[in-house]
Ligand binder design. Structure first.
Ligand SMILES: Nc1nc2c(c(=O)[nH]1)N[C@H]1C(S)=C(S)[C@@H](COP(=O)(O)OP(=O)(O)OC[C@H]3O[C@@H](n4cnc5c(=O)[nH]c(N)nc54)[C@H](O)[C@@H]3O)O[C@H]1N2
Ligand SMILES: Nc1nc2c(c(=O)[nH]1)N[C@H]1C(S)=C(S)[C@@H](COP(=O)(O)OP(=O)(O)OC[C@H]3O[C@@H](n4cnc5c(=O)[nH]c(N)nc54)[C@H](O)[C@@H]3O)O[C@H]1N2
Ligand code: SF4
Ligand SMILES: [Mo]
Length: 752
């Protein structure tokens, strides 16, 4: 029989690494199906690397629980309907609430997969505008908002430096475990391999983590830190650099404000003063500062452990202060800036100066929590639903989010969502969150979508661009995620149950082109918008917008200005991606968008917050046991536990605890324990290991998916519990509003 196999290439959309996949498809009587997925050796960035999750896109596509038709709740039960009926149900249920109580009677929650999927990346804004509510929430405030804020305050836009992994001699990783996560806010396929190559070329890797993580295990040095004290540690490192005359900001000194004030403010943070708080010897801290200064090149990188904690913005800011002080910011081998081919705020408008980022322009209705980057923190989500009065949230839209699993104080949020008058979810699963929806609008599987990493390539360790067309077609009766979003947006904007989505789409493309034509520093300044749209040709949907962004971006053809420049056509000719070279040094001052035109090394918000940090030195940090999280390479937040090949094997949802603590508390390996916090209590299996710091317990998130009504056949049978029943919506970083998921005080006891 002749071979009927076909090979397709696409970028994996599951995590930030964005690995290239080689997908073998075989013909069957009912259409093509995935036979095998391997790493794409020719991918310009990942060069064949992939992790176990990447091989499961076929399983995901065939998961019987992945919804293929919209669901509408009738008498408490979901029934499959067609799209017309789904949208008619939304029109009948949601619009009257908005008409009667106003737009602010609704809220929207945007989840993590939206950062990996082109339609939400391009259309979320349109959907938000159409809903017209001030109550906007997202997974960003349980994740990276502190880093976005610190970078925004220092550089004027959300332009986050990344460690130049491929050229550095010395890297310090705080609160990150790339051997499990493959990296975050640092797009680096085969992050582990890149770390090993640092060691192979004679460099060093240092990991700061309360747990001897897989990454710490392989590092040259593991510094075990008390959770929540990275800002103290980094302040002491910065202080040491200044006091020991090791600070060498070099050419950036003349582009930087605030270094003198900073030196004064750090006076409380000698290594000896923070040692007890951090639980790290002063000598180790001082040595770390000296090692950083002595290394030919070095980069400090902090991730989720440094963000989802009480001093998240301070810690995130101090990471880049240390990079600045050691002269490693914006230079080869240090902490560098990617240049995303589709453009970003730091590559648009006047170089070197801008409006800065904005935050605190509004506060939430109930508890006056300030917005940051246009969103309220998720700590306000439940209370806005629960609290009666003008502006009470009665209806919610979720787009690719599972806040009942991922947000703090899950029981409270679960009850709040249950009390809503109406809820719509754009989501493929009936899970802890979407079980509360009145209508679920399922997107097609990743293999049926096109892909371009619009967001994550702005954080890449190498400049690349890579577009993937859909591998498999839509089934009859499926709608693309973009079409779902535009139809919902059109309906919410008053276009009726069958809005003219082509017009909505046209508006988006037109506004992107118009913004480019307005940019007097861009390549298409004052060009005619109709002409630009004409030149894009007959592309539609996200591809049309993407082409405009690429062509007007930093490597673009400028619609003719640079005939060799990038276009979507060109990316289509390169299924393994286009390599745009290593990260470029000396981007500062051009990339700055601060009003001062300088790096703000000591932003105003940090001046007040550093006093909070100093005050915390007097605290008894040993008073309570504290909870932290962890990830496993076979998990992906809450939504990949339904794939049998990823969940098989021993129970991973355990509470890790140090043998000394286990002895003291009478806990036994494998036996259940009860863990309680201010807001909740769970039962979970104990795993005793000396790989964790005494006084700390670690529980992964995204488990405990067995609430009534959930339709995740595999995941709901998995042993374990939801750790976010324990995390506290009143425990957060005040500057960014980001929840402190790490360092949560808990008590632990055996269950007899
Ligand atoms: N396999 C897999 N990969 C993923 C995901 C997944 O769920 N599974 N999720 C993706 C997402 S959305 C993200 S944001 C990234 C996150 O990627 P990472 O930031 O690498 O996150 P983790 O792997 O959870 O590692 C965080 C580490 O921080 C440590 N930690 C906890 N508290 C503290 C603290 O106070 N200080 C310090 N220094 N360390 C602390 C923990 O012990 C843990 O080892 O991963 C992405 N990739
Ligand atoms: N305790 C603790 N909690 C955490 C973390 C932690 O480390 N510890 N990590 C936090 C982090 S970093 C993050 S990013 C958040 C994630 O928080 P969320 O984004 O709220 O949760 P996810 O688990 O990513 O759920 C994703 C949802 O999107 C749906 N989905 C999957 N693919 C698609 C798609 O293509 N389109 C659409 N529309 N929907 C899709 C899934 O069914 C699921 O409902 O969790 C946070 N929560
Ligand atoms: S590391 Fe794994 S999940 Fe992440 S992009 Fe690569 S293959 Fe996909
Ligand atoms: Mo995340």
């Amino acid at each position: 029989m002749p071979s009927t196999n076909r090979i397709a290439h696409r970028t994996c959309p599951l995590c930030e690494a964005g690995c290239g996949l080689e997908i073998t498809l075989e013909s069957t009587p009912t259409g093509e199906r995935v036979k095998r997925i391997r790493g794409d050796r020719d991918d310009v960035f990942s060069q064949g690397y992939l992790c176990p999750k990447g091989t499961t896109l076929g399983h995901l596509h065939e998961d019987p629980d992945w919804l293929r038709r919209p669901m509408v709740k009738r008498d408490g039960e979901f029934v499959e309907v067609d799209w017309d009926e789904a949208f008619a149900t939304i029109a009948a249920g949601l619009l009257p609430i908005l008409d009667e109580h106003g737009r602010d009677a609704s809220a929207i929650y945007l989840g993590n997969p939206g950062a990996h999927s082109i339609a939400p990346l391009l259309y979320n804004r349109t959907l938000i505008k159409a809903l017209g509510t001030r109550n906007r929430f997202s997974a960003s405030t349980v994740d990276q908002r502190p880093k976005e804020m610190s970078a925004g305050m220092m550089f004027g836009s959300v332009t986050v430096p990344v460690p130049d992994l491929d050229r550095t001699d010395f890297v310090v990783l705080l609160g990150a475990n790339p051997y499990a996560s493959n990296g975050s806010l640092c797009t680096a396929p085969d992050f582990p391999g890149r770390l090993e190559r640092i060691q192979a070329r004679g460099g060093r890797v240092v990991v700061v983590d309360p747990r001897r993580s897989e990454t710490a295990e392989r590092a040259d040095q593991h510094v075990s830190i008390r959770p929540g004290t990275d800002a103290h540690l980094l302040a002491a490192v910065a202080r040491t650099l200044l006091v020991d005359d090791l600070a060498t900001p070099g050419r950036l000194a003349e582009h930087t404000n605030g270094l003198d004030d900073l030196a004064v403010a750090l006076a409380d943070f000698d290594p000896e003063q923070v040692a007890a708080t951090c639980g790290i010897d002063a000598g180790i801290i001082r040595r770390l500062a000296h090692d950083l200064a002595a290394a030919p090149t070095a980069a400090v990188y902090g991730r989720i452990g440094t963000c989802t904690q009480e001093f998240g913005t301070l810690a995130s800011w101090l990471v880049d202060v240390v990079n600045l002080l050691t002269g490693n910011l914006d230079r080869v081998g240090g902490a560098m800036f990617a240049t995303g081919a589709a453009g970003q705020p730091s590559t648009k408008g006047r170089p070197g100066v801008g409006r800065g980022i904005r935050f605190g322009r509004a506060t939430s209705r109930v508890a006056n929590r300030p917005e940051a980057l246009g969103e309220f923190p998720v700590s306000a989500f439940a209370e806005e639903i629960e609290t009666p009065g003008e502006g009470q949230v009665r209806a919610v839209v979720t787009v690719g989010g599972n806040p009942v699993s991922s947000n703090p104080n899950s029981e409270r949020l679960d009850a709040a969502l249950a009390s809503l008058e109406f809820m719509v979810s754009i989501d493929p699963y009936v899970n802890e969150t979407t079980r509360h929806a009145d209508v679920i609008l399922p997107p097609p599987s990743p293999l049926q979508k096109s892909h371009y990493d619009l967001a994550l390539l702005n954080f890449a360790v190498r400049n690349v661009a890579n577009y993937s067309p859909p591998v498999l077609p839509l089934d009859d009766g499926q709608l693309s995620e973009g079409a779902i979003m535009l139809r919902l947006a059109g309906l919410l904007a008053g276009g009726g149950e069958r809005p003219d989505t082509a017009a909505v789409e046209d508006d988006i493309a037109r506004s992107v082109a118009a913004a480019a034509a307005r940019d007097e520093h861009g390549p298409v300044h004052e060009r005619d918008v109709d002409e630009l749209l004409e030149l894009v040709g007959d592309r539609t949907g996200p591809e049309r917008v993407l082409d405009i962004m690429l062509r007007t971006g930093p490597y673009g053809d400028g619609f003719g200005a640079d005939p060799d420049g990038l276009t979507l056509d060109r990316l289509e000719e390169h299924p393994h991606g286009v390599d745009l070279g290593p990260l470029q040094p000396d981007r500062i001052p051009g990339l700055l968008r601060t009003p001062s035109g300088r790096i703000e090394a000591f932003p105003e918000a940090m001046k007040t917050d550093i006093e909070r940090l100093a005050a915390s030195l007097d605290r008894d940090w040993t008073e309570s046991m504290v909870l932290v999280g962890r990830r496993h390479v076979r998990s992906n937040n809450s939504w990949m536990h339904n794939i049998p090949t990823l969940t098989k094997g021993r129970n991973r949802c355990t509470m890790q605890i140090h043998p000394d603590d286990a002895d003291r508390l009478g806990l036994h390996d494998g036996a259940p324990a009860s863990v309680a916090s201010r807001v909740g209590e769970i039962a979970i299996d104990v795993e005793i290991t000396d790989g964790i710091r005494p006084g700390v317990v670690s529980i992964p998130h995204g488990f405990g998916q067995n609430r009534p009504g959930v339709r995740l056949r595999v995941a709901q049978e998995y042993r374990g519990a939801n750790t976010n029943v324990l995390t506290d919506d009143e425990f957060y970083d005040p500057v960014s509003g980001n929840i402190a998921l790490n360092g949560v005080p808990v008590t632990v006891a055996p269950i007899s």
